[in-house]
Design a protein around this ligand. Structure first.
Ligand code: 3PG
Length: 204
């Protein structure tokens, strides 16, 4: 529950694909100072696991993203990940995550995929890729038929889309890589703006 509570507080899940040369500690500090206690690091590059190891004692709740197999999930957990995110629903990863007692957020798009995730006992789902599939409109429809599910829309989302997602009753947090640029002051500004757009008070 710790991860889900942190997501609910942050309303954001910043996502980083490490290329090398990033100021990881600088980004971690900005996230903490701006009240975002989580970071998803993707395993899309070989530097991902190393970055998890680097930040494992940063105080952030680290997640591993783009996890496609149980082997990758195991490596990520050993490197310090506390939650697992996949682009699609991978049953073997769901079983491993349950055994290890860590949250697993698989990507879904269709109602059938949502039903499949629910059968596996998964109630917090990544909605991916959100923007090409008009995520805010789809999630509004899902709120009616799947009221027990909370979503992490991710994929192509930028600042200008946030007002569409902010009022959704089934939004847990918005995920995205646009927040974390190599320019630390710019990353801070983007996080601040995003948080302001996503907090309930900001909607008047
Ligand atoms: C992901 O891995 O979830 C996506 O690549 C994130 O999408 P974005 O880079 O468009 O934010």
């Amino acid at each position: 529950m710790e991860v889900i509570e942190a997501l609910a507080r942050a309303r954001l899940l910043p996502l980083l694909t490490v290329q090398g040369g990033e100021d990881l500690w600088g980004l971690a500090r900005v996230l903490q100072e701006e009240g975002v206690g989580l970071l998803e690091i993707t395993l899309r590059t070989p530097q991902g696991l190393e970055a998890l190891r680097t930040l494992r004692d940063s105080g952030l709740l680290l997640g591993a993203g783009t996890v496609r197999s149980p082997k990758e999930a195991e490596a990520a957990l050993a490197a310090g990940a506390r939650f697992i995110v996949s682009p699609g629903l991978k049953e073997e990863v769901a079983w491993l995550a349950r055994e290890e007692g860590v949250p697993y957020f698989p990507g879904v798009l269709t109602p059938t995929e949502v039903e499949k995730a629910l059968e596996l006992g998964l109630f917090v789902l990544k909605f991916f890729p959100a923007e090409p599939f008009r995520g805010a409109q789809v999630l509004r429809a899902y709120a009616e038929v799947f009221p027990e599910v909370r979503f992490l829309p991710t994929g192509g989302i930028k600042e200008e889309h946030l007002p569409l997602y902010a009022p959704l009753p089934n939004l847990l947090a918005v995920g995205g890589s646009w927040l974390l640029t190599g320019d630390i002051p710019l990353a801070r500004a983007r996080i601040r703006t995003a948080r302001a757009l996503l907090t309930p008070q900001a909607q008047g």
